[in-house]
Each structure stands twice: as C-alpha cells, then as structure tokens.
Design a protein around this ligand. Structure first.
Ligand SMILES: Cc1ncc(COP(=O)(O)O)c(C=O)c1O
Length: 384
C-alpha cells in the first residue's frame, strides 16, 4: 500500500487476500493447533509457521494494519488489552529494576505492577501525569521503563509526551504508552518518541462489546524481538476467530470512531453548561487544564470522558446511574452502545488531589446524541 494513502483507504484495502476468480473479500478464518508439514525434513525449519500458536494469515494481516496505523516496526498480538500491556512490560524489566507509572493509569496495570512485578523484584513508583520534563527528578539509577497513559483512565489528564520521551531517550529508558483512548487515530505516540504503543483492541477495534483483544506496536526491531520472545515463552497466543473479529472491526473503525468522538464532545460541551456539573474531564473541551497540550499532540478526541457532579450522597449517585435508560451500566468503551459507571469506589490516586464531588464516566456509543442528552437530563432530574 502506498505510504501517502490516508488511514481510511489503508484500513479498507490492506490485509486482504490477493484478488482472483471467486476469492473472498476477506481472509478466511483458519482454526489450527497442528499444522502439517509435507516432508520430515521441514519439521525443524524456523522460516515457516510450525504450530497453531504461531498465528495464521488473519493474524499477520491484523498485525500489519496495527503497524501501519502507528507507523511502527512491527506489532505483536495478544488475547486481551491487559495482556498487551503485561507481555511487553515483562520483556523490558529484570529483577532489581525500577519503573515509573503514571498515577492515572488503568487500574489493572497498577495492580500488575504493585503485585506481580513486586514479587519478581521490580519496584514501581508513581508520577504525576502532568509532570512533563520534571520526570527527570523521578528517575533512579536502575529505572528501565516509564509507563504512560494519555489521557489517563477515569480522570483524563494529558501527558507532555515529547518532554517525557526526550528525558527517557537521553537516559536510555524504554517508554510504553497505553494508547487505547485515541485508537491511534487521533494520537501517534511513536512519532512523539514513545517506544511501544499498546491498544486494548477490545474497545474501538472490536467495536461491538463481544470480543477481547490487544496489540502492542513497537518502534524498533530490538524491542520487538525481545517482546516476541517473551510472548512465545508465555504462550501468549490469540484465537483466530478473535483476530478475525478485530480485523473486521478495522474496516469500519474510522466512521464509528468519528461518530462516537463527535457525540462525546457534544455531550461534554453540553454538560459544561449544566448547573449539576462541577467539572467536565474531557481534554478536547475548551477550558480543560490540558486542552492546549491535547491540541498540540492529538488530532481529535475519543468516545469516553468523565464529569464531576455537584456533591451528592452515595445513594443519590447510585440513583443517578440507575436512572439512565440508554447508558448501560458496565465497564469498557468503544462498543456501539453507550455505557456509564460511577468511578469513586475504584478511583485510586496517590498523588492527585481529591475531586470535589462524585465522578461519573460516560462512554458514548452510536445512538443519536439528542437521545443520550435527554437521557442524562432526566437522570439528573431524579437527584438534583
Ligand atoms: C485504558 C485501558 N487499557 C487497557 C485495558 C484492558 O483491556 P482488556 O479489557 O482488553 O484487557 C482497558 C480496559 O478497560 C482500558 O480501559
């Protein structure tokens, strides 16, 4: 595919079988554990695929699309977004290392670092997501990895990525970002100096809340090969059926993403005008403390954001969420249907100040924004 083609064109045409009489438009799914060899002499060749865990044509096509999306050297595929974070992390760290993790990182990433990594002798300390170049003060002699997530989970702070990667590169420290929010459509972290960009493909690429998947895109060959070895050792294979669903999702991800992005911005801007709301945590909204940084590095938004409501009792927060009819109560985002959660019971921040009211997160689906707005309005009226 020509390099100068736009992403929408690449996502439509890349990763398909060569056209021929009667060829299907998409690669068929091949389910395999055993792969047969023609001759005994071929059994120990390492230039051919030898076993089901090594992937299929669908996996190869999917990996190529992620690599194209991020402009990387190569992509490794994982059975979930969390596995796409933990696998590459394990390929970088060794006992005795120290790593830095953003204080607004996704909860299970925090938990992995605090428990699993601790058990193998890797120390984690947290940094303020708005730290920028001052990250240099957090680095120790044994720091080998900085874990970024921008915007952060639940509270949506934006990092100064180039300032952080400049420091990391000077100290030869690997940087890995959880790039799930932007889908790689509105942020290209590898171009800002990040070494590894991770997607919970479960979200936008799955798009229908019915498949779990993950991908890690590597800027360079050395880190890619190390992570590939780790993935093989851990047996990190993904199902061909799931890979197919994600490849299928790639074909329509841009129009779905654009509609959800527009809906989330429209709802966020409307919520800014509501008396019941103290803060809207969406970096694409004017007045957000990281808006300028977001505008510099991102080309658009995402489908998920939070609001800080005016103080309510715990019972009324639950009443508000329960009163929503179109927003399902559930984790995740990027599916065709809208979701809402109250965040306070899971909000863990060591460094950030406490928010002045209850935090509620909205993930926008493909419904008409006017219906979603009316739904939130009637739910607000039940408690204010
Ligand atoms: C920001 C972020 N990263 C990673 C993950 C993990 O992805 P998965 O659910 O596919 O394991 C999630 C899931 O909610 C997420 O929100």
């Amino acid at each position: 595919m020509k390099k100068d083609r736009k992403l929408a064109t690449k996502f439509t045409h890349m990763g398909r079988p060569t056209a021929g009489l009667g060829t299907s438009v998409s690669h068929p799914v091949t389910r395999a554990s055993t792969l047969l060899f023609e001759k005994a002499e071929d059994l120990y060749r390492n230039d051919i695929r030898g076993y089901g865990r090594h992937g299929t044509a669908v996996h190869d096509a999917l990996a190529d699309l992620f690599t194209e999306l991020e402009g990387g050297f190569g992509t490794l595929l994982y059975p979930s977004g969390l596995a796409a974070l933990t696998g590459p992390i394990l390929s970088v760290v060794s006992p005795g290392d120290h790593i830095l993790l953003s204080d607004s990182a996704y909860g299970p990433t925090r938990s992995f670092c605090e428990t699993f990594l601790k058990k193998i002798g890797v120390e984690t300390t947290y940094f303020d997501p708005r730290i920028g170049a001052s990250i240099k003060n957090e680095i120790k002699a044994n720091t080998t990895l900085i874990l970024l997530e921008s915007p952060g989970s639940l509270t949506f702070e934006v990092h100064d990525i180039p300032a952080i990667t400049k420091v990391a590169k000077a100290k030869k420290i690997t940087t890995l970002i959880d790039n799930t929010w932007s889908a790689g459509i509105t942020l290209s972290p590898l171009k800002l100096g990040v070494d590894i960009s991770v997607h919970a493909a479960t979200k936008y690429f799955g798009g229908h809340s019915d498949v779990m998947y993950g991908a890690a895109v590597f800027a360079d060959k050395t880190r890619f090969l190390k992570a590939q070895k780790t993935a093989k050792q851990l047996g990190n294979a993904s199902s061909p059926d799931d890979a197919y669903q994600i490849l299928r999702g790639f074909r329509t991800v841009i129009p779905r993403f654009r509609q959800q992005e527009a809906t989330s911005l429209a709802l966020a801007e409307w919520l800014m005008t509501r008396d019941e709301v103290q803060q809207v945590l969406h970096p694409a909204v004017l007045g957000h403390p990281d808006h300028a940084l977001w505008k510099r590095d991102f080309t658009g938004g995402g489908c998920i954001f939070s609001v800080v409501l005016k103080p309510l009792t715990d019972t009324d927060v639950l009443k508000f969420v329960n009163a929503l009819n179109l927003f399902g109560i559930g984790y995740s985002y990027g599916g065709f249907e809208s979701l809402a959660i109250h965040c306070d019971p899971q909000l863990r921040r060591y460094l950030a100040k406490t928010l002045p009211g209850p935090l509620v997160r909205f993930a926008c689906g493909l419904e008409d924004p006017s219906d979603l707005k009316a739904d939130i309005e009637q739910a607000l009226a039940t408690v204010f």
